[in-house]
Design a protein around this ligand. Structure first.
Ligand SMILES: O=C(CO)[C@H](O)[C@H](O)COP(=O)(O)O
Ligand SMILES: [Co+2]
Length: 219
């Protein structure tokens, strides 16, 4: 079954805890939390204090997607806020190996995100340090963008590369995914699907998550 990680970027920020409970009850596998700083990406969202407050209202795994400069400065804050996965961008640090070690030293799982233009070769010397790879299928910064078609091949290439290296590292894909393309994304090798606008703007959050999780069973 497909793992679905609703992105709270498209939730109602004034009623965040309600929206989080709704996706939890609807069977979400984790909660994707988009952190943006207005520097790495041209948008600002939330920081560790808000994540810490959300921690009190749900048992969902917190999957934090850091779209920020100087991620090294904030790892401890997010770990203390009670998150389980911290994903950093390959483009945001000169010292990726040290950064991933820093995350694991806090007892948190690591994810490495690649912008659409970033080649997968960056994974080569980091395979021992990765618990998840995040392939961006939009340029980060905003919800509601269109999936970039060239990313289908990138997902397939990443899956092939990881298999050849005998690594069972899950591939997460983020951006522009809805009921119309989720199956194709998973057929290419994605295991965890991030989806914001397609879930929160749908008529029924519950039904959309259920249909997404089952999408790989449809012929
Ligand atoms: O990281 C992100 C944007 O930078 C979001 O997770 C992503 O865009 C999800 O939203 P949508 O499904 O609406 O594209
Ligand atoms: Co994201």
């Amino acid at each position: 079954m497909i793992k679905v990680a609703p992105s709270i970027l498209s939730a109602d920020f004034a009623n965040m805890s309600l929206d989080v409970k709704t996706v939890e009850e609807a069977g979400a596998d984790m909660l994707h939390i988009d952190v943006m700083d207005g520097h790495f990406v041209p948008n600002i969202t939330i920081g560790a204090p808000v994540v810490k407050s959300l921690r009190k209202v749900t048992d969902l795994v917190f999957d934090v997607h850091l779209m920020i400069d100087n991620p090294e400065q904030y790892i401890k804050d997010f770990a203390l806020a009670g998150v389980q996965i911290i994903t950093v961008h390959a483009e945001a640090s000169k010292h990726l190996h040290r950064l991933l070690q820093m995350i694991r030293n806090e007892g948190v799982k690591t994810g490495l995100a690649l912008n659409p233009a970033t080649p997968i070769s960056v994974l080569e010397h980091l395979l021992d340090d990765l618990d998840m790879v995040l392939i961006m299928s939009v340029n980060p910064g905003f919800g509601g963008q269109k999936f970039i078609p060239a990313i289908y091949d990138k997902i397939s290439l990443t899956r092939k590369y990881l298999s050849e290296k005998n690594r069972h590292i899950p591939i997460q894909v983020d951006g522009g995914i809805g009921l119309d393309n989720i199956k194709k994304v998973c057929d290419c090798g994605a295991e965890i699907i991030v989806s914001g606008s397609a879930i929160f703007n749908s008529d029924s959050i519950k039904e959309t998550i259920w249909l997404m999780k089952k999408a790989d069973e449809v012929e």
